[in-house]
Write a protein of this length. Structure first.
Length: 731
């Protein structure tokens, strides 16, 4: 007790932290190909920027650009050329993190690229301090004609392995004038949504279903003052043929500016053109740039983790990538986000010689177990605005999931599956194209996904935690949260009633059977991950009646079990540790820590499944359990440089590159090593190696911000805002 009092008195005397400014990230040589690209973005726009053979190239992506097959299409590739060109002996390519832009320069001539954070516009500025240059800009497209997709290529769509023969990616419409080139993709009335509805027997309620794909129209326009069209070109980049529209400055110039205005609507091409023009009319280049710079500066002031280690640098670089989709309607995808590149550089095998649109596991379909890992770290980083696209994703689709429950089973509640389409129905191939006669129409015919419905509860909890952390108004999410809980209550009583006369067991508890522990423990009876999820969310919303009907988690031989019983093991997820994270029922400062540690250290399957790759959570569990040496080992593996030039381009892991759920799980693990909050107490450095110097600013509940520095094995600076929470610190 005396040590704690002295420590708190010491903290009161410590000075507060100065504002953080992330260090620039820099290359001093050009790149070989798109795999050596650097991310740049803002709002909901992302670019892969690289310099190859003297040209500045970038892919352009925007969240929500889904085609008829639910592929997340890129908007094109852009090539900036200079004559005279850059001096490669003095080459620098710099990601200016603090202001959110990329610069390519030789010290005399530079090209700067940035995205407006408040409207979908990309800006490119070329300038020269000494001699005038001719600036060329080429828009390059590989979608100038319909493309029949190969078997592997279909995995970029929601059809994946069950695509109809002859499936095509439809061409874009490209319109070039003397001063601008426009490019647009327009979905027809009929898309994969219609095929899914028909497949799943939901035509009778089709008119009530949310459909984000019908007549979705997206694209943009490249233009620049003083640029004129000079030629149409063609070529091949990586494994894709392309056509290009080349614009150049009429005369050599000291400075030239290009802008790419983007628009997305559900409507006609005429509606799209109107939206495009409205955005173009709002552009105020200098004011917009100042606003973007301010946004990024404020973004870095919210939170930071700083230190000399590349692990810390990679945390910062990945957080930047998440920040590039702060304002979009759609969440960042786990399988590459906005920053995928030519697939043959991810995997050089012949089957991946595909277009730049390719990513494994689809564009519009979301794998919830993966998606969640991108969004949990945003609580401690204080990026609550970045949470909204993911929370709104579920808000938009849960009514469709309620329609499923009513149609198939005659009860209420949103049945949200693990692999869920952006319109709230199970993924077309995972639903099953070869279904036995009489098979429950509400069930997926899939060995990995059957009965896996509980991951939606993590997104419910994210909303509840966002409110607890920041006071975010979540009133509009509460009906969705209650609907998700209601599904489990009503559906498992419905299933019990199908088997016999009683809806509850002899103790008045729900029988959660058949269930699932992730994609791994199938045919589960009272799955631990499901019970932990239901208990935590129901407690947070105060549903005491439902809580009384929930069974207990199974503990056997001093270890958490995946379920009371299960039929088979299908995958490699350690769901017996989900009560540690994400559900925080066990851990540092919580009861029965020894049970959770025993499970982590001695459970044979927990040991067998242990890894740092991709979405693996062992780092998070080790940190939450205060296992410092183990957390250190896993962090050094998880957050080490990825295989590509940009160190936060991890993967492909189990998914694709850049593997965003790899980065997200690494962020969570590092945060938990630095600070944990338990029952109002703030634990400093609960699993951080004492010999690693580090500074951080992280968020906690009730609008609390904790800043601390560890140096030379000692805590040398701490600030807690509000100051009255200083007494909650536990060192």
């Amino acid at each position: 007790m005396m040590k704690r009092i002295l420590f708190l008195c010491f903290l009161v005397l410590l000075v507060s932290a100065v504002g953080a400014q992330p260090q620039d990230y820099e290359w001093t040589s050009p790149s070989k190909n798109s795999s050596e690209s650097m991310p740049c973005g803002g709002g909901d726009v992302g670019m892969n920027v690289w310099v190859e053979n003297g040209d500045v190239l970038f892919y352009l992506s925007r969240s929500g650009c889904f085609d008829e097959n639910n592929t997340l299409l890129k908007l094109g590739r852009f090539r900036i050329s200079l004559s005279p060109g850059l001096d490669m002996q003095s080459f620098r390519q710099i990601l200016h993190l603090n202001e959110g832009y990329v610069e390519v320069t030789d010290g005399k001539t530079s090209v700067q690229l940035w995205a407006d954070v408040n409207k979908p516009v990309v800006h490119v500025t070329a300038s020269s301090r000494q001699q005038k240059v001719v600036v060329g800009a080429t828009y390059e497209s590989w979608r100038t004609r319909d493309i029949t997709m190969t078997k592997r290529e279909c995995f970029q769509s929601s059809y994946k392995f069950a695509a109809p023969k002859g499936l095509q990616t439809r061409h874009d419409s490209i319109m070039a004038t003397d001063n601008a080139v426009s490019f647009v993709h327009h979905n027809d009335d009929v898309t994969i949504f219609d095929a899914t509805v028909s497949q799943q027997g939901m035509d009778s309620v089709k008119e009530r279903l949310y459909n984000p794909l019908r007549q979705l129209t997206f694209g943009g326009q490249l233009s620049g003052k003083g640029f004129v069209f000079v030629d149409k070109v063609s070529g091949r980049y990586a494994s894709s043929d392309y056509e290009g529209w080349l614009y150049v400055t009429e005369h050599p110039v000291k400075s030239a500016h290009l802008q790419i205005v983007l628009a997305t609507v559900q409507g006609s091409i005429g509606d799209w053109q109107t939206a495009l023009q409205q955005t173009a009319q709002q552009v105020r280049v200098q004011a917009d740039r100042r606003a973007a710079q301010r946004w990024w500066q404020q973004f870095w002031q919210r939170s930071y983790v700083e230190g000399d280690s590349p692990l810390v640098r990679n945390y910062t670089l990945f957080r930047y990538m998440l920040g590039c989709n702060s304002r979009g309607q759609w969440p960042t995808k786990f399988n590459g986000g906005l920053f995928t590149f030519d697939p043959e550089y991810v995997n050089p095998t012949a089957e991946y010689k595909l277009s730049p649109d390719y990513r494994n596991w689809g564009g519009g379909v979301h794998t919830a177990q993966n998606q969640r890992l991108l969004y949990w770290p945003l609580l401690k980083s204080g990026d609550f605005d970045l949470l909204r696209p993911q929370l709104d994703f579920y808000l938009n689709i849960y009514k469709n999931a309620e329609e499923r429950s009513r149609l198939y089973w005659g009860h209420e509640g949103a049945c949200l599956t693990e692999q869920i389409e952006n319109y709230g129905l199970p993924c077309y191939p995972e639903y099953g194209t070869k279904r036995p006669k009489g098979f429950d129409p509400g069930m997926e015919r899939n060995a990995w996904l059957e009965y896996e419905w509980d991951t939606c509860l993590e997104f419910c909890m994210l909303a509840l935690e966002a409110h607890r952390y920041s006071g975010m108004d979540i009133e509009r999410y509460l009906p969705m949260i209650r609907s998700c809980l209601r599904f489990f209550d009503e559906h498992y009583q419905y299933l019990a009633n199908q088997r016999g006369a009683k809806r509850l067991d002899g103790n008045g508890k729900l029988v959660l059977y058949p269930g699932s522990g992730g994609e791994t423990f199938k045919g589960a009876y009272n799955s631990t991950s499901t019970i932990a999820a239901l208990r935590t969310v129901a407690t947070a919303v105060g549903d005491t009646a439902f809580l009384r009907r929930l069974p207990d988690i199974t503990v056997r031989n001093g270890m958490l079990q995946p379920a009371l019983y299960y039929e088979r093991v299908q995958n490699v997820e350690t769901t017996q540790l989900y009560p540690v994270f994400p559900w925080r029922m066990y851990g540092v400062g919580r009861p029965d820590l020894d049970v959770a540690r025993n499970t982590y250290q001695n459970d044979s399957l927990a040991i067998k499944f242990r890894s740092h790759i991709g979405w693996k959570q062992d780092l998070i569990w080790a940190a939450c359990l205060g296992l410092t040496d183990e957390a250190r080992r896993l962090l050094e593996l998880k957050m080490a440089d990825g295989p590509h030039r940009f160190p936060a381009f991890w993967g492909p892991g189990y998914d694709w590159t850049p593997d965003h759920n790899w980065g997200g799980s690494g962020m969570i693990g590092m945060q938990e090593m630095l600070m944990q909050e338990v029952d109002g107490k703030l634990y400093l450095f609960p699993a951080w190696p004492r010999e690693w110097d580090v500074r951080f600013r992280l968020h906690a509940s009730a609008n609390t911000v904790v800043e601390a520095e560890l140096k030379g094995g000692k805590v040398v600076r701490v600030k807690v805002t509000p100051s009255e929470r200083l007494s909650d610190l536990v060192y």
